[in-house]
Design a protein around this ligand. Structure first.
Ligand code: GGG
Length: 327
């Protein structure tokens, strides 16, 4: 059975790391049909539109989407694309790999980020020259969906005892109150253990003792920020993949953005995007191939070659070729 894979590189280093991940997928000789589409800052400059309807429609109909990076047009590109695949959760693993000089080598976390609402729901207004407002939306239904997913996620593997709910309900009593209480009651109904930590305290504690945490369910913005923070503990953003999962489709992308400081130089670390592609393989049921990609990436991170962000001098292509050779 052929799977149609939408490939949307986006901007900056997205144009370099996304083809690298496609090269790895092609080397697996699975029956994939790759269909490329454009979106992002450079497209907006050229056409006035950051996300054409045909790109949205492609993501909404393909079996899975591989996305690169969004820049200034992130709100016009990546948020609608997550909507196109009906994604309610963004899974962001952050783990330290052997051989990589990590600030906290004991880090092994998985962020389950609510993916549809919070302050990313898009309700911003400029009321006057002096006043801008933002409406934060949190619903019981989206929180329950995340809670149910978190329960399934931790129950599927013996590696997890439960999960941590990160929130700021002592200040945002209504919105994060709904988030925390709904997830807690879903977990209780499912017999899954939870604990809870205020998001500011979590930021400190995860830096000092990341081994205290495992799976973390968090609101949209907190998940975006705290997973980037965790990237700093494990060796940088070049190592963090993500999966935007819906009930039928998924969109897979590195956590990093466009990295304009190195874009066009051919030295971006492709690991995060290639691990995201491995998450896509798992989502589509290609467990064996996914495992092979994870192993090949881990061996390459440990033994090299490495890109400059990890202290090496290899190019994106060198690292990609080394991963393909190890498959
Ligand atoms: N590949 C991830 C990406 O493009 N990140 C840029 C960004 O601003 N993302 C916002 C988000 O992940 O919600």
């Amino acid at each position: 059975m052929t799977h149609e894979i939408a490939v949307i590189p986006g901007d900056g280093i997205g144009k370099e790391v996304t083809p690298a991940a496609v090269d790895v997928l092609e080397a697996l000789e699975i029956d994939f049909e790759f269909v490329e589409a454009d979106a992002g800052d450079s497209l907006k400059e050229a056409t006035g539109e950051a996300l054409p309807q045909e790109t949205y429609d492609l993501a909404a109909s393909a079996d899975a989407t591989l996305f690169g990076a969004a820049g200034e047009t992130a709100a016009d590109v990546i948020l609608p694309l997550r909507d196109a695949v009906d994604s309610f959760v963004n899974i962001r693993p952050a783990k330290a790999y052997p051989g990589i000089d990590a600030v906290r080598p004991e880090t092994d976390l998985v962020f389950l980020r609510e993916n549809t609402e919070g302050v990313y729901a898009g309700h911003e207004d400029r009321l006057t020259e002096d006043v801008a407002t933002l409406t934060r939306v949190v619903t019981e239904s989206a929180s329950a969906e995340l809670g149910e997913f978190a329960c399934e996620y931790v129950s599927e593997s013996d590696d997890h005892d439960g999960f941590t709910i990160v929130h700021k309900a002592n200040v945002m009593r209504e919105t994060d109150g709904v988030f925390r209480d709904t997830i807690k009651s879903v977990a209780d109904e499912n017999g899954v253990e939870t604990d809870e930590v205020l998001m500011d305290a979590f930021a400190t504690r995860v830096c000092l003792e990341p081994e205290q945490f495992d799976v973390i369910a968090c609101p949209n913005l907190a998940g975006d920020v705290l997973s980037d923070l965790a990237a700093g503990l494990v060796g940088g953003l070049g190592l963090l993949p993500s999966a935007n999962v819906g009930s039928e489709r998924g969109l897979f992308e590195p956590v990093h953005g466009t990295a304009p400081d190195i874009a066009g130089e051919g030295v971006a670390n492709p690991a995060a995007t290639i691990i995201s592609a491995a998450m896509m393989l798992e989502f589509l049921g290609y467990d064996e191939q996914a495992h092979a990609v994870h192993e090949a990436v881990e061996a390459t991170l440990e033994e090299g070659p490495r890109t400059p962000d990890l202290g090496g001098d290899a190019s994106t292509d060198d690292v990609t070729d080394a991963i393909i050779e190890r498959l």
